[in-house]
Structures are given as structure tokens and as C-alpha cells.
Design a protein around this ligand. Structure first.
Ligand code: SF4
Ligand code: SF4
Length: 423
């Protein structure tokens, strides 16, 4: 594929900067659904096209070796892999794993394999045999500039490692062990999610490449190898439904607009940025699209989150507290919201001189008195406005103007009477 992209790459308006012209990326599939591949092809910051053509300023061109998107197949596809093993690439390489590593010794007992990634000649007679994902990872990881696990299966084991699975599925970092460091000194980099946000992955790759290129610092990773700037917050903190939680309003079924915690959302205790970043190109994402968080980015997924779509037991205390507080807060906010949805002029004149909003007049003296007290409190520390008219309005014409004059058309006709006559 490198040759196919070369004309585009060399025609790029971006001049190469830094010591690296190219970096090879070898992509392997363990126990995977290929969802990680799909999500990366949809990423936009940077896009896969920009990375493959080297048109992202400052980054080397990525030469991707991917079993799904590459044009080569069979021995031609594996040629670069073999050159990497022999140290003949003349460029650094990174390895990327989607899907979990499996216990291939268990599969061999039956004469099969779990996750094959191409065939190679083997043994004295040159007979072909499948080379499994774990074997490629074991071969290439020591020489890789970086080893990156994409998706929850590769980062923590994910669904293939759930209770009852027969494959012995595990994460890339567990497979490579405690002492593993890449050729550039990095432990495995983990970008979880099922499927992950494609932009999280491409952005992490770009950050690592900036580091390798000498243009940026080593990206910050948290204690389990996630990009710290992407996974430092919980879903809940940026959720579009967060205010419903705070006001104690909870959805009873999917499709309701309120907070989804009582129908199974784990967002308050899950590290994921989909609520702020969206699924693709800042669009979509679980709560934005009506789905509850089932913790798919987390090392404990799926077993610590099942059964799905049941209320998490730990939420009982906070939802009960929010319900009590919300029952007080909601009416007060509604009261203030109604007031703020009226123009100051309408309050001063006790009249709404417009076609819309005729029902928006001050609803009763008691409520008005409450608003006046609130207004005084609001401006009590505002020395610039402390002695002005009610509602903070300084312009005298607004306060003193006769509402009847506003309704009078040239010639003396009453606007309201004329409008009603026209109807
Ligand atoms: S839907 Fe989930 S993440 Fe959003 S506010 Fe409710 S509990 Fe929090
Ligand atoms: S919000 Fe929850 S279920 Fe959705 S992507 Fe993030 S961790 Fe996964």
C-alpha cells in the first residue's frame, strides 16, 4: 500500500519536518469484532487519510499494514512484517492490537487456533501454518517504538475474557508482562472502549508520533496506561443529562429525556470522554443518543457491570439525596425561570404589549414580592446599581413611560383594538 499512496504523499503540500520520514504501523487482530478498525476509519482529528498520506503537519507518514484495509494479500502482505523482524525496514515501527490475546496452547490441543493473522511456511517441508496474533505480538513487541492496544478487548481483555469464555483471553499488557518496555522505553499504551472513540486513538497516535519526532513531550499516561488527558474525567461530569441527576429527575424507560441511572447507567463511576467528544466527529455518544453507560472502557468490563440495564446498587444513596434536594430545588428554579422569561418592561408596566407572551405577566403580588426581594439580594453587592429602579433598569424612559402610549398608533388608534379589528 505504501507504493500506492506514495504519489499522494509526495504531492502533499506539507513539507516533512523532524528526523522521521515514515513510521510503519503493524495492525493485528486478536479476539475482535473489527469495531476498532471501523471507528478509526471514521476519526477526524486527525483523520486516517491525513496520517496515511503524511499530510498532518509535523508528523511522519504512517505506512499501515492492516489485514482489512491493505490492498496486498497473502505473502505480499506479510513481506513488511518479515523485514521488520529482520530489522530491514529502515524506519521505526509501532504495533497495534485490536481484540484480546488468546491462549493458543489451548486451541493447539484440538489442532486449531483462535486468532490467526496470516500463514507462513513452517518446518523442514515448508508447509504453511497460521501465525497467531499472540505470536506476532511476541515477535514484534521488543523492537517496536510503541505497542498500542486499541479497544477494551486489547486493553483489558474485554468481552472475550468474560466469565465462561474458553479462550483464556487477556489484554496485551498482561500478555507482555510487567517488565515489558518498547524500544523507546514505553509500556503498552492503552486506548480502551468498545468500540473506542476513533479520535481518541488517532489523537494518541499523533501525540506519540510528535514525541518520537522530537516535537512534543512524552504524552501523559495514567497509572493503567491510558492517555491521561482523555480518561481523567467520568462520563457523568460531562453528561448532557447531568442536571437531571442533580435535580433528582430520572428516566423510567429508554426514550425518556432524564438521567438514565435508574435504568442502568454507570456514568458516575466510569472514565470515558464520549459525552464531551461524541462518537464520531463530535456527534453521537451514548447518553447523547439515548443509551446508558455500561462501562465499556473500564478494566472491570463486562463482568463487573452485569447484569446490564439494572440500577447500579451504589447509586441508591446519591439518587435518594438528589430526589429530596431536587424536590425543593426544582420548584424554585421553575419560579425563577418563569420570571427570567419575561421582559423587564412587562414587569414594570404589568402589561405585555405584544402578540406573543400575553400569559407572561407577573402572576400575582406574592410572587412579585418574592422576585423583588430576590432582585434586591442579587444587587446588594453591586455598588454600581444599588440605588436604581427595580429589576436593575437604569433607563428612566422604560420606567416612566406610559404603557398606553406604547399601544397608541399614529392617529390615535389603540394598537390592540386595531389588531383585534383586523382579525
Ligand atoms: S445518564 Fe448516566 S452519566 Fe448521564 S447524568 Fe445520568 S447517571 Fe450521569
Ligand atoms: S459512556 Fe460508557 S458505555 Fe458509552 S462509550 Fe463510554 S464507557 Fe462505554
Amino acid at each position: 500500500m505504501e507504493e500506492y499512496l506514495d504519489p499522494v504523499s509526495k504531492g502533499s503540500h506539507v513539507s516533512r519536518l523532524g528526523p522521521l520520514d515514515k513510521v510503519h504501523a503493524f495492525w493485528f487482530s486478536g479476539m475482535s469484532c473489527d469495531g476498532c478498525t471501523v471507528t478509526v476509519t471514521g476519526a477526524t482529528t486527525p483523520s486516517i487519510e491525513d496520517l496515511l498520506t503524511g499530510s498532518h503537519p509535523g508528523l511522519p507518514q504512517i505506512v499501515l499494514h492492516h489485514p482489512v484495509v491493505n490492498l496486498e494479500s497473502g505473502p505480499n502482505f506479510l513481506r513488511a512484517h518479515e523485514r521488520a523482524l529482520r530489522g530491514e525496514l529502515n524506519a521505526p515501527y509501532v504495533i497495534i492490537l485490536e481484540g484480546s490475546i488468546t491462549d493458543e496452547t489451548a486451541a493447539m490441543e484440538t489442532g486449531g487456533y483462535w486468532a490467526g493473522n496470516g500463514d507462513e511456511p513452517w518446518g523442514a517441508d515448508g508447509e504453511e501454518r497460521a501465525v497467531t496474533a499472540d505470536e506476532w505480538i511476541a515477535r514484534l513487541a521488543p523492537g517496536a517504538a510503541a505497542s498500542i492496544a486499541i479497544g477494551t478487548c486489547a486493553t483489558w481483555g474485554g468481552i472475550p475474557s468474560a466469565d465462561g469464555n474458553p479462550t483464556g483471553a487477556m489484554s496485551m499488557m498482561d500478555f507482555l508482562g510487567q517488565d515489558y518496555r518498547s524500544a523507546f522505553g514505553l509500556p503498552v499504551v492503552n486506548v480502551p472502549g468498545c468500540a473506542p472513540i476513533g479520535d481518541n486513538f488517532n489523537e494518541t497516535v499523533a501525540a506519540i508520533l510528535y514525541f518520537l519526532q522530537g516535537f512534543g513531550p512524552l504524552p501523559e499516561f495514567d497509572e493503567i496506561g491510558r492517555p491521561a488527558w482523555l480518561f481523567g474525567e467520568t462520563v457523568h461530569r460531562h453528561c448532557v443529562r447531568g442536571a437531571y441527576y442533580e435535580e433528582g429527575s430520572y428516566a423510567q424507560e429508554f426514550g425518556d429525556p432524564e438521567c438514565l441511572v435508574e435504568i442502568g447507567c454507570w456514568g458516575p463511576v466510569v472514565n470515558c470522554n464520549i459525552t464531551s467528544r461524541g462518537a464520531i466527529n463530535h456527534v453521537g455518544g451514548c447518553m447523547n443518543a439515548g443509551g446508558a453507560c455500561i462501562g465499556c472502557t473500564m478494566p472491570g468490563f463486562p463482568d463487573k457491570f452485569t447484569p446490564f440495564y439494572k440500577v447500579p446498587p451504589g447509586s441508591a444513596v446519591s439518587t435518594a439525596a438528589s430526589r429530596i434536594l431536587g424536590s425543593l430545588i426544582r420548584p424554585m428554579r421553575l419560579y425563577t425561570n418563569e420570571h427570567l422569561n419575561r421582559e423587564v418592561r412587562w414587569d414594570l408596566h404589568h402589561d405585555v404589549p405584544s402578540g406573543w407572551a400575553r400569559g407572561k405577566q407577573e402572576p400575582g403580588r406574592l410572587k412579585e414580592a418574592g422576585h423583588r426581594i430576590y432582585d434586591k439580594l442579587r444587587r446588594s453587592n453591586d455598588t454600581g446599581k444599588a440605588d436604581v429602579a427595580p429589576w436593575g433598569k437604569r433607563h428612566e424612559w422604560t420606567y416612566e413611560r406610559d404603557p398606553a402610549r406604547e399601544r397608541t398608533l399614529p392617529g390615535g388608534t389603540d394598537r390592540n383594538t386595531a389588531e383585534r379589528g383586523a382579525e
